[in-house]
Design a protein around this ligand. Structure first.
Ligand SMILES: [Zn+2]
Ligand SMILES: [Zn+2]
Length: 327
């Protein structure tokens, strides 16, 4: 197999040749057809998340087909099309797992962070955390659904059912979740980096009622807002944009420090919450909605060996939509 490997934090990934991994008991091996590049991968590479496995193969938006099945797996067979998400494994017995909140498991494993991910031709996954995908459909187009879509979906649900919804950062996640929100009949307000007229135009093509810079005041008071960009200064900005009782959701795994802000912008029962990871239930719900909402992803494919270019394009904000590696 080939893989793009992070050997030391902050260094470029290196293309390496390895022997094909063998699935252990309860595991499957997947021949990767496409792997999306997520903002979280940048946080892993940059060393902004604690205790990554090193060396690590990043990537947790994996679409491919089962090509080997380990002992004891009877739910999945060779040849099936599957998706592998960020949540790689949970312990099943901590209080969070028992309460149905496996996204908060005390002893989790995460794909492309604490176990090898999909910047590769092959990857091994725990069969219980793999999603069955429909046989038809495009591998590249489906890849961003595995995290941008899934965790985006969790953040949308957490935002509540307010009609006027703001998205701060209009990248991979927002461009998918805006389509879900439009399908639900909501009004979308898209906030981008200052002067990013391309992203604002992109948001309008996806039905945004208003698109502007994150330092602008939207024309209407928002019911809720989701922050996808890893920028702490957006927290007070979003709190200022939501109405009394409104909710602000931070959807990223890492964010720069939040500047201090006056209590008055949180007062009047505004709520501020973060979203962490996903549950398998989120995945079942979300993949049922994808065809109903008619989600069409915008992707920019890169050959596997150009993973470093994909990461730097994501970092600089040059991408419209989602980068996807194709081995
Ligand atoms: Zn647990
Ligand atoms: Zn992700």
């Amino acid at each position: 197999m080939q893989a793009m490997v992070l050997e030391r934090l902050g260094e470029p990934l290196r293309l390496v040749e390895r022997s094909d991994p063998e699935p252990g008991g309860g595991e499957v091996r997947v021949r990767v057809a496409a792997c999306g590049v997520c903002r979280t991968d940048l946080h892993v590479v940059d060393g902004e998340l604690p205790n990554p496995k090193l060396p690590i193969v990043p990537g947790h938006e994996i679409v491919g087909r089962i090509d080997a099945v380990g002992a004891g797996v009877d739910t999945i067979e060779a040849g099936m099309r599957v998706g592998i998400p960020w949540l790689g494994k949970t312990c099943g017995h901590c209080r969070y797992c028992r309460e149905g909140r496996e996204n908060l498991c005390d002893h989790p494993q995460f794909t492309g962070y604490t176990r090898d991910g999909g910047y590769a031709t092959h990857v091994v996954a725990d069969a219980r955390y793999v999603f069955r995908l429909p046989d038809s459909g495009d591998d590249v187009a489906n890849a961003p659904l595995l995290c941008a879509g899934l965790i985006g979906w969790r953040s949308l649900q957490m935002a509540g059912d307010g009609r006027k919804i703001g998205f701060y950062g209009f990248g991979a996640a927002a461009h998918i979740i805006a389509q879900v929100a439009r399908w639900q009949g909501r009004d979308i307000y898209a906030f981008t980096r200052s002067g990013d007229s391309a992203a604002q135009a992109f948001a309008r093509t996806l039905g945004a009622r208003w698109a502007g810079s994150s330092d602008e005041t939207p024309p209407d008071e928002l019911d809720c807002a989701i922050i996808y960009a890893p920028v702490g200064a957006l927290v007070p900005a979003a709190l200022r944009a939501v109405r009394k009782g409104g909710r602000v959701i931070c959807a990223g795994i890492h964010m720069s420090d939040i500047p201090s802000f006056p209590y008055s912008i949180l007062w009047e029962e505004r709520e501020l919450k973060s979203v962490a990871n996903l549950t398998r239930e989120d995945g079942e719900e979300f993949f049922a909605i994808v065809p109903q909402a008619g989600i069409v992803t915008q992707t920019v494919p890169y050959p596997l060996a150009r993973a470093n270019d994909a990461l730097s394009d994501l970092r600089s904000g040059r991408l419209q939509g989602a980068a996807v590696l194709v081995p």
